[in-house]
Ligand binder design. Structure first.
Ligand code: DHB
Length: 305
């Protein structure tokens, strides 16, 4: 039995990938999660310039539904400063996917060109942040813009490009088709859902930015549905990476059966020792594979269709 997972031209040691956002952009935290056992790590999204992000509180745990809401606001050091971290990650052989965001095609291009000399595993285009006025969801809900950006960036690098889709659209297939037609190498679904929480005592929204993005167990069935729909549309023409509410090894299997080749884990890592959680996930996946006589992850992918 092998956990080695293929995502297009890339092989990783198992199907668990650290999702963007949860562990920042510093090499030390990303390296720690890789040492903890995941197959690869995605950085918090990197932009053109440094950004402080939105006012606190910008993350709020919704423990009763094993979920979280955030409005971090794309806080990051900017790509030039980030180059120091990515250099160490690459030197230490940490399979790294760099998430990038921009307000428009030219910004995406400048960031990509500033980082593309590092042998990273892939770039993940964050076309789906709910917490910014420009870029983010505004781009990710516009299929023509998605097509143009992917096509342009594809012409500028050999490094695989993944596109992270927003669930905040009425037709995800239309946006996914635009990304695939633009030449992307994998689709990641889903990013957070637009949401908010209000404190009934202060009678005010809890987040400093008032509104945010929902992650965690509450969104898992939505993510599974998106992956299922995308697999129905594309089958094995494009690798799918499942994300959204994966809190257990069983949740990983569910996403694989829906059609994912690999998965990203985010909110779950914030509620326990990441190392323990990753080990626990892996042992559950192995047990399931033994019991169901699966020899490889790819045999599970799409099994629910
Ligand atoms: C942020 C970015 C995201 O892509 C997301 O889904 C949620 C929050 C942010 O930085 O605010």
């Amino acid at each position: 039995m092998s956990l080695i997972t293929k995502i297009g031209s890339i092989d990783i040691r198992n199907p668990l990938i650290l999702a963007s956002g949860v562990m920042g952009t510093s090499y030390s935290t990303l390296q720690r999660i890789y040492n903890g056992g995941v197959g690869a790590v995605v950085t918090k999204s990197i932009g053109l310039n440094s950004r402080k992000g939105n006012p606190n509180p910008s993350v709020f745990a919704l423990n009763e539904i094993r979920s979280a809401i955030n409005s971090v606001g794309l806080a990051n050091p900017g790509y030039q400063v980030f180059r120091e971290d990515v250099e160490i990650l690459v030197k230490n052989h940490v399979p790294t996917i760099v998430s990038i965001f921009g307000e428009n095609e030219n910004e995406f291009s400048e960031i990509l060109n500033g980082l593309k000399d590092f042998p990273v595993l892939a770039f993940e285009l964050n076309l789906s942040c709910p917490n910014t006025e420009k870029g983010g969801i505004q781009i990710g809900t516009d299929s023509e813009a998605v097509f143009q950006i992917v096509k342009r960036l594809k012409s500028e690098t050999e490094v695989p490009l993944w596109v992270k889709l927003t669930p905040n659209v009425s037709d995800v297939i239309e946006i996914a088709e635009a990304a695939v037609n633009g030449g992307c190498d994998a689709l990641v679904a889903i990013n957070t859902l637009k949401a908010m929480v209000i404190d009934i005592h202060t009678k005010q929204p809890i987040l400093g930015f008032k509104k945010g993005g929902l992650s965690g167990a509450a969104i898992k069935p939505i993510g599974v549905r998106y992956i299922y729909d995308l697999y129905e549309r594309f089958e094995d023409r494009i690798p799918l990476i499942g994300a959204g509410g994966i809190m257990s090894g069983e949740d990983v299997i569910e996403y694989l059966l829906a059609g994912a080749s690999a998965v990203q884990i985010g909110t779950a890592l914030g509620v326990a020792y990441p190392e323990n959680m990753i080990k626990f996930f892996i042992s559950k996946i192995k047990k399931y594979m033994r019991e169901n006589e699966f020899k490889s992850i790819s045999e599970i992918t799409g099994g629910a269709h």
